[in-house]
Design a protein around this ligand. Structure first.
Ligand code: MCA
Ligand code: AMP
Length: 473
């Protein structure tokens, strides 16, 4: 069973958002009510605000055996239109009172009422191979692809993480991650629920709020490197905060590389050594440093239980020699079912049952994996979000002031990488803020350019292809 807590709930805390708290028993009763409301559908959208409503919508959908499409509540109109057309949700679950954008307002709407509870039997447990989620993730070009995640991947991966992190019902996870990606939703909400433990979501990231939750019983922190970068600076400036963070059982970082400097700053300020893990939407978590293992900065540890990880050379041949760079390939029960409506992309991503991650790494002599980069320069990781250069270029080309454009990622201390737009204007130079608003409105605010450079022409090779390396990207 994916969420055993629904069948045998306890009166213990399950989820908390500010003053709104639900026990496992509350959750089980509400999930039955939501499951009844979505019964008979196969795919539903969830307006994934950081709220108890989102948790209930997701848990109810999973209880009903329905696939959930979590939607970024800040999503822009172009990206939303794509997701709705591609995933064809039969209804949308939301908190009451929310004004939905037109593409979702056109669907049947189910308002989640946390006070509405049902007793009785749960719906029959869905097949482990049935899709639990469609999570959208960016590629180098074109609109995001819908990743079909089976229930089996989620259950096995959460159990592998429990083993790696000694994660139990006694743990309370605290985080501020968005609830429309694997990290915040699957690890950060379903993880605690599968364990019978608790999650407290603090809304937006705030070091002091994390410190307060740890002082008040939370044990584990999940975050992206940007959050740990900010936490490091805040702990250096505030000894009480550093002491509170130092009391955590575990700080876990993922979604992008945690710079060794930030790892060291957190250790110096708090005594904590951050545990790093490595995953992907398509694979869930592949590797992690163990709670009881050697927490070496710059490494993502060993494969988690049941997951096979290997490096291959440019010809696709696997090798085990330490210190040699190769592409990471992954195989195991953690893998996705495929990209929705994209058999071409699914076939391209798999080789003999191994998923080709596009991430480059070296093996250390003891088998620890050290990630060194990515194969595609057109994928940008900013604040832990994966963003395709192509989707931003397409959006910017729709701006009347943009004649030509190339998008790159450049190193950023806080965000890991920041999005840079190289623009050939039609006439007058459109201001950064205008271009940022344009991308936020069409795609999502986290995809907006943070820097713009204006050029008279883009550098191109003899084939006419833009040479991004000549831009410094
Ligand atoms: C700014 N804002 C705007 C605009 N500019 N809104 C509309 N139009 C604009 N032009 C809003 C933003 O939406 C945001 O609101 C606020 O202003 C601040 O924006 P921003 O500066 O972008 O935020 P930030 O402070 O830079 O964000 C840093 C962050 C964030 C908090 C670390 O990047 C974040 O939450 N990252 C997590 C990404 C993540 O979970 N990735 C997992 C996927 P507001 O603050 O209200 O939103 S990877 C994954 O799942 C795999 C499996 C894995 O391995 O984990
Ligand atoms: P996403 O497609 O948003 O699920 O992002 C997955 C990508 O995030 C991976 O392919 C990696 O490039 C990156 N990633 C996740 N965790 C780590 C990590 N600990 N270190 C380096 N890169 C990471």
């Amino acid at each position: 069973m994916l969420l055993p807590t629904l069948a045998t709930p306890t009166g213990r805390a399950a989820v908390r958002f500010g003053a709104d708290a639900l026990t496992h028993a509350d959750l089980a009763g509400s999930a039955r009510a939501v499951a009844a409301a979505v019964s008979g559908t196969t795919r539903v959208a969830v307006w994934a605000t950081p709220s108890p409503h989102t948790c209930l919508a997701v848990v109810g959908g999973l209880a009903a055996g329905v696939a959930v499409v979590p939607i970024n509540p800040k999503i822009g109109e172009r990206e939303l239109a794509h997701i709705v057309a591609d995933s064809e949700p039969e209804l949308v679950l939301t908190a009451p009172g929310v004004e939905l954008p037109p593409a979702l307002a056109a669907l049947r709407r189910v308002d989640v009422d946390p006070a509405a509870r049902l007793d009785g039997d749960l719906p029959a447990e869905a097949d482990p191979e049935a899709p639990a989620f469609v999570v959208y993730t960016s590629g180098t070009t074109g609109p995001p692809k819908g990743v079909l995640l089976p229930r089996r991947a989620i259950a096995t991966n959460l159990d592998a993480l429990a083993a790696a992190w000694e994660w139990t019902a006694e743990d309370t996870v605290v985080h501020a991650l968005p609830l429309f990606h694997v990290h915040g939703l699957i690890l950060g909400v379903l993880g605690p629920l599968r364990r019978g433990g608790a999650v407290r979501h603090i809304g937006r990231f705030d070091s002091a709020a994390i410190g307060r939750e740890l002082a008040d019983g939370a044990t584990v922190v999940f975050g992206v490197p940007t959050m740990y970068h900010r936490l490091a600076a805040d702990c250096e400036a505030d000894a009480d905060l550093a002491a509170a963070i130092g009391r955590a059982r575990l700080l876990v970082s993922g979604s992008a590389a945690l710079p060794a400097t930030d790892h060291a700053r957190i250790t110096a300020a708090t005594g904590q050594r951050v545990v790093e893990r490595y995953g992907m939407t398509e694979t869930l978590m592949n590797c992690s440093v163990r709670a009881a293992g050697d927490r070496r900065p710059g490494t993502v540890g060993l494969p988690v239980d049941g997951v096979a990880v290997r490096l291959v050379d440019d010809a696709g041949a696997p090798f085990t020699e330490p210190g040699v760079v190769g592409e990471i390939e992954v195989r195991g029960p953690n893998l996705f079912l495929g990209y929705l409506n994209r058999p071409d992309a699914t076939a391209e991503a798999l080789r003999d049952g191994w998923f080709r991650t596009g991430d480059m790494a070296v093996l250390e002599p003891d088998g620890y994996l050290r990630i060194v980069g990515r194969r595609a320069t057109d994928l940008i990781k900013s604040g832990g979000y994966k963003i395709g250069a192509g989707e931003i270029e397409n959006a910017l080309l729709e701006h009347p002031g943009v004649a030509e454009v190339a998008v790159t990622g450049e190193p950023d201390e806080d965000l890991g990488e920041r999005i840079v737009a190289w623009v050939v204007p039609v006439d007058a130079r459109p201001a950064l803020e205008e271009l940022a608003d344009h991308v936020s409105r069409l795609l999502a605010p986290h995809k907006r350019p943070r820097v713009v450079h204006y050029l008279e022409s883009l550098p191109r090779n003899e084939m006419g292809k833009v040479t991004k390396r000549a831009l410094g990207g």
